[in-house]
Ligand binder design. Structure first.
Ligand code: URA
Length: 242
């Protein structure tokens, strides 16, 4: 049996901040096993039936967070010289067991997935699972129609052969690219291989889940159950990137 403080339990079960949880508890809106509880510091079994304003919630020991990573921030828990992405999380989201599932370069922005679920992260990242990741790339030079075919065939990065990727030309120097793997600096190296250079890169989507555009750079929020399914529904083996 796992026990935790009521404010932590409510914050987790309803995806709200610890402060909001405390307010609702103090306001008499939270019940545990049918009994209204107003003391946020009391501990309860995480499997207890918890309701807030009449809605039942479920405590999860695994958490999934979407962050809008700003430029200049490193994908790490701590860093000696630069701001670390996990340090940007609000205090009530911070946990010692969180890590980043799929790091972004320091100058890449956008959808950073933070979790404490190792098996889930493995599935998201494994090239065998083909979870698509979509990036918006701004290029130094004009895109060529032939780039689309080159990406679809699978770009060679020296000894490494990339799986087929989808390249959509958005404008002369802006492209949307979808890859199903995460090689080191992959998008930048793929464009370099076709004679172009990435000048700005943003991850827009993981699986079928898009970055919440209401999140300002550096903001983070919990991923809902429905959204989690949108990532997981892509966890099947397939041969192509479509
Ligand atoms: N590809 C890159 O080149 N950089 C990233 O940050 C992510 C994908």
């Amino acid at each position: 049996m796992e026990k935790t403080r009521l404010d932590k339990l409510v914050s987790n079960a309803f995806h709200i901040s610890r402060k909001e949880a405390k307010d609702r508890i103090a306001g008499g809106k939270v019940s545990i096993d049918g009994v209204v509880r107003r003391d946020a510091s009391l501990c309860f079994d995480t499997a207890a039936r918890v309701t807030c304003e009449g809605i039942e919630g479920t405590y999860r020991s695994h958490v999934y967070i979407m962050m809008n990573k700003p430029e200049g921030v490193v994908s790490a828990a701590t860093d000696k010289t630069a701001t670390a992405a996990l340090s940007l999380l609000p205090d009530d989201m911070k946990r010692h067991d969180l890590f980043i599932a799929g790091r972004l370069d320091k100058n890449t922005t956008g959808f950073l997935l933070v979790t404490n679920d190792g098996a889930f992260a493995h599935n998201i990242l494994s090239p065998k699972k083909h979870v698509p990741k979509t990036y918006l790339a701004t290029l130094a030079r004009d895109l060529k129609e032939s780039d689309v075919g080159m990406f679809a065939e699978g770009i060679c990065l020296g000894e490494e052969h990339c799986k087929p990727a989808r390249l959509e030309i958005v404008s002369e120097r802006v492209a949307r690219v979808t890859v199903v793997e995460g090689k080191f600096h992959q998008i930048k190296r793929m464009f370099h291989a076709v004679g172009n250079e990435v000048v700005a890169l943003k991850r827009e989507k993981i699986g079928a889940l898009s970055l919440d555009e209401t999140l300002l750079p550096g903001d983070a929020r919990y991923i809902t159950e429905e959204e989690l399914k949108m990532i997981k529904q892509n966890l099947f083996d397939q041969d192509e990137c479509s």
